[in-house]
Design a protein around this ligand. Structure first.
Ligand code: FES
Length: 105
């Protein structure tokens, strides 16, 4: 595996259309699985008030923040309207042998 890739979890650790949290090197990430089995990774904290998005709700490719219901498209990190206006950072993902890897940093 090239430098920068981290083994984050087993793909079965994430339910379909769901999100889990993952921490590495003091940084919080959110890992997502879509209904059609695609995997995505974003920063784990909402850009509005630093709330953990893994406690939020996944609907299709949208993550809804648990605090003020701000929404992001987790496939590209785009903020989808008030109260969130700053996009989420996204990270590359790759599935290998049933494990989800993310390219951190
Ligand atoms: S903390 Fe996420 S929308 Fe306010």
């Amino acid at each position: 595996m090239e430098e920068g890739w981290i083994d984050a979890c087993a793909i079965d650790d994430i339910e379909e259309e769901d999100v889990i949290g993952f921490e590495h090197g003091g940084h919080a990430y959110a890992l997502y699985r879509t209904l059609d089995d695609r995997f995505f990774c974003t920063d784990g904290l909402c850009t509005h008030e630093q709330v953990h998005l893994c406690d939020g709700l996944v609907m299709d490719t949208i993550i809804e923040c648990p605090k003020h219901n701000g929404r992001f498209d987790f496939t590209n990190g785009k903020a989808k309207g008030a109260p969130v206006c700053v996009d989420l950072k996204t990270y590359e993902t790759e599935v290998r042998d049933g494990r989800l890897f993310i390219k951190a940093g």
